[in-house]
Ligand binder design. Structure first.
Ligand code: ATP
Ligand code: MG
Length: 275
C-alpha cells in the first residue's frame, strides 16, 4: 500500500559536558503510518522530540534504531532508492527566509530542484515553474517568478518553500512548524493551502505544531509527544475533546483561550467558503 511509515524510531544524542558524556534519548519508540491524502499532527512541548522525528524522516538525522519505510520498502541509505525517497518525501521548515537565498529569484529556487530531480529542463522549465507557482496560489506566476525573497511577505515566501518542496514530485510533506514564524493573520492562508494540496492532490502531510487548535482542524489524527514518547494518539477530535493522558490534559489547559477552538473553526470555514 502507498504510505510513509515509521516503525519503532529511536534517536539517542551523545551529550558532552566537560569530561563527562551522557546519552539523551530524544525519540523513544515512535511508530505511525501516514497515508496519501491524510494529515497527521505531531504536538508536544518544546524539546519533546518532534523535530528529531521530522529530521529522521527527512534523512537529516540517522535513527539510532527503527525503520522508515516508503510503500512498504525500507529507505535505502544511498543510491537510487534514497534519491527516489528524497523526491517523494520533502520538508518545509519553520523559517522560509532562512531556507531561501536572498540573491536568487523565485524562478531560480524552483528551477534547481526541477532540474536536479530530472522533472524538467530547457524550454520546459518556465512553464513548470509557473505551474508550481499556480499550485501554491502565487499568481500571476510571471510576476512572482521574477521576485527575490525580500520582495515578498513571509506567507508568500512560505508558499515558495512549499512550491519548492513540491517540485521534485513530492507525495509526502513534513512541515515542521510551517506557520509559527508568520503573522497570525496569514497563518490560515498557508494552512489552507496545505489542506487543499492534501485534499486535491492527495498529498500526505505530517504537520508539526504547538498549536492544538490548528492541529485539530487541519489533521485527521493527532500524536502527542512527551519527552520522546508518543503518550497519546487518536482521531483529532477525540484527542482534543476527550484527552486520556494527563500530559495531553495539561497541554490543553495551557493552550491560550480555549474558546479559540470554536472561533478558529468559524474563521477557517469562512475562508474556505471564500477560497
Ligand atoms: N543535534 C542534537 N544534539 C544533541 N541534542 C539534541 C540535538 N537535537 C536535538 N537535541 C535534543 O533532543 C531533544 C528533542 O529536540 P527536538 O528539537 O526534537 O524537540 P522539539 O519537540 O522539536 O522542540 P521544539 O518544539 O522546541 O521545536 C531536546 O532535548 C534537544 O535538546
Ligand atoms: Mg522543533
Amino acid at each position: 500500500m502507498s504510505c510513509l511509515e515509521v516503525r519503532n524510531l529511536v534517536k539517542d544524542f551523545k551529550i558532552r559536558s566537560g569530561l563527562r558524556s551522557s546519552t539523551l534519548r530524544a525519540v523513544n519508540d515512535v511508530s505511525f503510518t501516514l497515508e496519501p491524502g491524510r494529515t497527521i499532527a505531531l504536538v508536544g512541548e518544546s524539546g519533546s522530540g518532534k523535530s528529531t522525528v521530522a529530521k529522521m524522516i527527512s534523512q537529516l538525522e540517522t535513527p539510532t534504531s527503527g525503520e522508515i519505510l516508503l510503500d512498504d520498502a525500507p529507505v535505502g541509505r544511498r543510491g537510487r532508492a534514497l534519491t527516489d525517497y528524497r523526491h517523494q518525501v520533502q520538508m518545509v521548515f519553520q523559517d522560509p527566509f532562512a531556507s531561501l537565498n536572498p540573491y536568487h529569484t523565485v524562478a531560480h529556487h524552483l528551477e534547481r530542484p526541477l532540474q536536479l530531480h530530472g522533472v524538467a529542463s530547457g524550454a520546459e522549465l518556465e512553464p513548470a515553474v509557473h505551474g508550481l507557482l499556480e499550485r501554491v496560489n502565487l499568481t500571476p506566476a510571471e510576476t512572482y517568478a521574477a521576485k527575490r525573497p525580500h520582495e515578498m511577505s513571509g506567507g508568500q515566501r512560505q508558499r515558495v518553500a512549499i512550491a519548492r518542496a513540491l517540485a521534485p514530485g513530492a507525495r509526502f510533506l513534513v512541515a515542521d512548524e510551517p506557520v509559527s514564524m508568520l503573522d497570525v493573520s496569514i497563518r490560515l492562508g498557508v494552512l489552507n493551502l496545505l489542506a487543499r494540496l492534501q485534499r486535491e492532490e492527495n498529498l500526505g502531510v505530517l504537520y508539526i505544531t504547538h498549536d492544538l487548535a490548528t492541529a485539530r482542524h487541519f489533521s485527521d489524527e493527532i500524536l502527542v509527544m512527551y519527552r520522546g514518547d508518543v503518550v497519546e494518539r487518536g482521531p483529532s477530535d477525540d484527542v482534543i475533546l476527550d484527552p486520556q493522558h494527563d500530559y495531553t490534559k495539561t497541554l490543553l489547559a495551557a493552550a491560550p483561550e480555549p474558546s479559540r477552538h470554536g472561533r478558529l473553526r468559524e474563521e477557517v470555514r469562512a475562508e474556505l467558503a471564500g477560497a
